[in-house]
Ligand binder design. Structure first.
Ligand SMILES: [Zn+2]
Length: 219
């Protein structure tokens, strides 16, 4: 997973990974440890901050406030993302760019897009403090595919359930060449021609190369 990040990610939140773009991993599957949400057809993500580390014999992380500093006084991932969101809100900097990956099943992560970190809040939930981070699909991302704006919007509507079904059917590889890297969910009949995102039979897995070729053919 996440090979393009040059690191095998162990954590859900990775502020400026390797000094570059921040990366977060999200999961909206039932039973996921955090209540991440996707809103406005994938344009907006509400991402929950992370709990204190579970320590043997320590208190239940789900009953403790989510920390913004470590016991040593350095910022946690929550604190780092919080400061970046605040800097943007106070007009002190551009929004933090965040690459988002979504877990569709154990060990399988799909790139959900480049997002801007636009806001953050601390909320009281079940008698403890949790962080909520708001991320918006980046304009950078939108303009890079602006030749097909409708399709972009529609791509976002492929639900996790459809993705899982397609992933299983296509056995996690490009249907044209069998490549297992940088896979994309492709509309067989494009949305602009009436194709749907709601049925797995209109979605297929393609590698980056074949995905681009398909797009060229359509235009
Ligand atoms: Zn391929």
């Amino acid at each position: 997973m996440c090979r393009s990040e040059g690191a095998s990610l162990q954590r859900g939140m990775n502020f400026r990974l390797g000094g570059r773009t921040s990366v977060i991993l999200m999961s909206v599957r039932p039973g996921a440890p955090y209540s991440d949400r996707i809103e406005q057809h994938g344009q907006v993500l509400i991402y929950e901050g992370h709990d204190v580390a579970r320590i043997k014999g320590g208190s239940d992380p789900k009953k403790s406030d989510q920390p913004d500093t470590t016991p040593a006084g350095t910022l946690t991932q929550n604190g780092l993302f919080w400061n970046a969101a605040k800097a943007y809100r106070d007009h002190r900097s551009a929004p933090e760019k965040v690459k988002v990956y979504e877990k569709i099943r154990t060990g399988i992560w799909v790139y959900a897009g480049l997002f801007d970190l636009v806001d953050a809040s601390k909320q009281e939930e079940r008698n403890r403090k949790v962080f909520k981070f708001k991320l918006q699909l980046s304009k950078e991302q939108q303009s890079s595919v602006s030749v097909r704006p409708i399709d972009l919007e529609h791509d976002r509507l492929i639900t996790t359930l459809v993705k899982i079904e397609v992933w299983k059917r296509d056995k996690g590889k490009c249907v044209l060449c069998g490549n297992k890297e940088n896979l994309h969910f492709d509309h067989i009949l494009p949305f602009s021609k009436g194709g749907t995102s709601l049925l797995a039979k209109n979605i297929q897995l393609l590698c980056a190369t074949h995905n681009l070729q398909e797009r060229d053919k359509i235009q």
